[in-house]
Ligand binder design. Structure first.
Ligand code: EPZ
Length: 419
């Protein structure tokens, strides 16, 4: 398993191109199964998760061609409606093929995604929504077996709490359902509006995406389309936080301030100077320590759970104490003990971590436990004294495109050690 060796203490200067958002790319890719016509996606990040979903889509019959960051998917015929355990268990987003297969072929058998390192992550809301649309669902030996003999029908769905995945999955199924669907208490993450834009380009009739109520008027078929994936707001926030730790100035090319939601004012309060420019965002860290800021993770536009780990790394060397409350996932502080190995002063009590800033962290061997936790260790290492060896970097390859290259280009001493 590859490792990353990082020698900290160098400020970052330069330009970082922000990639297309992983969490949008994975959903718009699943949308390709809804139509027998080609879907061309631009600004698709080349990531292990994208490759994994590609394998699954090909297994269902999609033909795929990747050129640079342009991906064309063509699911002319669906040759299998079964998504096997081996291709679904490694990545939860694979479960999103269930809705499109059911909508197009009236049946599907998809492995349950199972738990993951950050919490149990059930799919009950996804299944309730599909059931409300007329699917008959059975669970058997770890698989969801779903049928909609008379096709899916529009329904009024009210989510008991905000779920990104359930909102997207309902949209993916409802576009080809007979009649109208409404989703109340829908997630408002920018990736939802991006998926709606892609589906609408394919001929769907979705309105209200990005707000709390989404309306979908079912159509008979979808056609060929082209869609550009929006920039990755989590990658944007992570590189901004890296500057918070190392100092310097980065231009985050392609980044957009409005995608950051509550993270933007939090970063500014912590001491970063962030300006919108013609090419993206310029992030600068004036001399001195960051200020400590308290955060609570919340659905968009609140502070994103996917930036919580990276923010903790930034607070580890801030002036004063910061309280970090995680409300989305029940087990998302695995980076805390790893940061502590580098000298961070963090105490965790239930869903709240208190971080008491120290002057400087010290390099140490650490272990990446999930994607965003891995990035928090990289950020900590960039500011630490001496060398940090980050083990199990395959997590990073799932979600941060060309990480070492982008950082090294801006002055970081970072090297992949192949094993
Ligand atoms: C998406 O996960 C993202 N993943 C996550 O990013 C992100 O952390 C999360 O949204 C929140 O923003 C992808 O887009 C692929 P949810 P998702 O449904 O859709 C519970 C990353 O690092 N829940 O909004 O799975 C769930 O357990 C990943 O890129 C149910 O109980 O998130 C969680 O506590 C990690 N039943 C809460 O809802 C359900 O049926 C919110 O989850 C569905 C969800």
């Amino acid at each position: 398993m590859d490792k990353l060796a990082i020698i900290g203490g160098r400020p970052l200067y330069g330009v970082v191109p922000i990639s297309g958002a992983k969490n949008s790319a994975l959903k718009v890719m699943a949308a390709s199964l809804l139509s027998d016509a080609p879907l061309t996606l631009t600004n698709v990040p080349r990531l292990a998760d994208v490759d994994m979903l590609l394998k699954l889509l090909e297994q269902h019959g999609a033909q795929a061609s990747f050129e640079g960051s342009t991906l064309t998917l063509h699911a002319k015929d669906i040759i299998s409606t079964e998504a096997p355990y081996d291709l679904v268990r490694k990545m939860r987003a694979s479960f999103n093929v269930l809705g499109p297969l059911l909508a197009r072929e009236s049946k599907a058998k998809v492995s349950l995604p199972g738990g993951c390192a950050i919490g149990a992550r059930p799919v009950d809301l996804h299944l309730k929504a599909l059931t409300a649309m007329g699917a008959v669902i059975e669970l058997d030996e770890g698989y969801v077996i779903a049928e909609a003999p008379d096709g899916l029908k529009g329904a009024a769905i009210s989510l008991p709490f905000v779920s990104v995945g359930a909102t997207e999955h309902t949209m993916l199924a409802a576009v080809l359902a007979k009649g109208d669907t409404s989703i109340d208490n829908a997630a408002r993450e920018p990736e939802i509006a991006d998926l709606a834009a892609c589906l609408n380009a394919m001929g769907a009739k979705i309105s209200g995406a990005g707000g709390t109520t989404i309306h979908i008027e079912g159509v008979d078929r979808l056609h060929a389309a082209e869609h550009e994936v929006l920039p990755d707001r989590i990658e944007t926030g992570a590189y901004a936080m890296a500057v918070g730790v190392t100092g310097g100035e980065l231009t985050l090319k392609g980044a957009k301030a409005d995608l950051l939601g509550a993270a933007l004012p939090v970063l500014e309060e912590a001491g970063l100077v962030i300006d919108e420019t013609d090419v993206g965002l310029r992030v600068r860290k004036p001399e001195g320590l960051c200020k400590s800021v308290d955060i609570i993770t919340q659905p968009f536009p609140g502070f994103p759970t996917d930036l919580q780990a990276q923010f903790m790394a930034m607070m580890a060397t801030a002036d004063g104490a910061s309280s970090i409350k995680e409300t989305i996932f029940e087990n998302r502080f695995m980076h805390a003990p790893e940061l502590s190995r580098m000298g961070a002063k963090i105490s965790v009590d239930g869903q709240t971590a208190t971080v008491r800033g120290v002057k400087r962290l010290k390099g140490a061997p650490v272990m990446a436990t999930d994607l965003r936790a891995s990035m928090s260790l990289i950020i900590a290492a960039l500011g630490a004294e001496g060398q940090t060896m980050v083990n199990r970097v395959y997590h990073l390859d799932r979600g941060f495109e060309r990480l070492e290259e982008k950082l090294a280009h801006c002055g970081a001493l970072i090297e992949r050690v192949k094993e």
